[in-house]
Design a protein around this ligand. Structure first.
Ligand code: PMP
Length: 379
């Protein structure tokens, strides 16, 4: 028996089997654990076996200066074709250690070398903080973080300054489909982060077809620790700059998607949609909190109008006195989320993850229900 002091804070008892009502609902990380039951069910067909004699030497798969496995590349192109979320025809593909590595590569590849002034990197609030952190981390003379796109909206951009705009669609945290904000021109490039552009998180109105698109297995199948992402790149010069970034593997998982794709995406969308609906129902009874408004869209994948099914709830505290929404949720309700400031937005906003395991979500919902009924009791 474990001494009770070794139980984690959510459990107690001599064998740590008692769930504590003081346990906070942790809705912080965007880890799509909701797929676990799907992968448990498909354990055998999705298993990846790598024999010791396999993949020895650098030379296999080393083509055109990259370690891309042609078979893996073929699977990914087929998957985009089957889902209809991206047009990969005529585009180069680069693999990366997660999409984060490719975001790095993209900034590097799109910014001008030895420019008169650094390329300015922008995103629209609320944006995924990693874009800013990556840019600042490199502390490069070639590019610098400029901040929110709204300062440049509809303005003519200064001549001889290059811009890179991050367009995250659907957006993290608010799940909206996004278009670039900057007026397009030769000095403006966009990095289209499509981590969540899959039928389980959004309707797919049409295949994405931008010059530089980035995808990740982390959000597609939930395998974040496999650190596997890919970029689709139209321009050969940009592609060549990407070529130091690569990784392999993950073919077994993609094979399951190609074989049982319908079941996978139906499972995914059903789970995310019902989670959103149950949270929406609870929050619609509240005057204190509101959810982002998302509208149903026609999904070319499901060939139907699909209800919203975002990865995150982007909750707003409606009352001025609740200014620090994150603190309010945390203090009153025992819910752990990510505060608005993390996305350069106000702290009246907080992001709650809807894609963790079922237990995590159920506990979050219970906590939210408690908060809303307390609010109603206090009239
Ligand atoms: N882009 C977006 C919009 C994300 O939300 C995330 C993960 N939270 C990533 C990229 C990074 O994903 P990874 O490095 O695991 O591929």
């Amino acid at each position: 028996l474990l001494p009770s002091c070794e139980c984690n804070s959510c459990y107690y008892g001599s064998d740590c089997s008692q769930f504590s009502a003081d346990c906070p609902a942790n809705a912080d990380s965007g880890d799509p654990l909701f797929f676990e039951p799907f992968w448990v069910k498909h354990a055998e067909s999705s298993a990846v076996l790598v024999s010791g004699w396999h993949r020895m030497s650098y030379k296999f798969g080393y083509e055109n200066g990259t370690f891309i496995s042609k078979e893996l590349e073929r699977h990914i192109r087929k998957l985009h074709g089957m889902v209809g979320n991206a047009n990969s025809t005529g585009k180069f593909m680069v693999f990366g250690a997660g999409s984060t590595q490719l975001l790095n590569a993209a900034i590097y590849a799109l910014s001008s070398q030895d420019p008169p002034s650094p390329t300015r990197i922008v995103g629209s609030i609320p944006f995924f903080l990693v874009y800013k952190s990556l840019t600042e981390f490199y502390n490069s003379k070639n590019f610098e973080w400029e901040g929110d796109t709204s300062m440049w909206k509809k303005k003519s951009l200064p001549p001889s300054v290059n811009f890179i705009e991050f367009v995250t669609s659907p957006n993290n945290p608010d799940g909206k489909l996004k278009d670039p904000v900057l007026r397009q021109g030769p000095s403006v490039k966009t990095i289209n982060d499509h981590a969540y552009y899959w039928p389980h998180y959004t309707a797919i109105p049409a295949p994405a077809n931008e010059d530089l698109m980035i995808f990740t297995l982390s959000k597609l199948t939930g395998h974040g620790s496999s650190r596997f992402g890919w970029a689709l790149i139209k321009d050969q010069v940009v592609y060549e700059k990407f070529l130091n970034y690569m990784l392999l593997n993950s073919m077994g998982l993609l094979k399951v998607l190609l074989g049982d794709g319908k079941e996978f995406f139906e499972f995914g969308h059903r789970t995310t949609r019902t989670r959103w609906e149950s949270l929406d129902k609870v929050i619609s009874a509240s005057k204190r909190f509101s959810l982002q408004k998302l509208i149903p869209g026609y999904s070319t994948y499901f060939q139907n109008i699909t209800a919203p099914s975002p990865a995150y709830a982007w909750i707003k505290c409606e009352k001025e006195e609740d200014g620090n929404c994150y603190e309010a949720l945390l203090r009153d309700g025992g819910i752990i989320g990510r505060s608005g400031s993390f996305f350069s937005a106000e702290n009246r906003y907080v992001r709650l993850s809807l894609i963790k395991s079922r237990d995590d979500f159920d506990w979050l919902l219970q906590r939210m229900k408690n908060l809303v009924s307390q609010e109603q009791a206090h009239g």
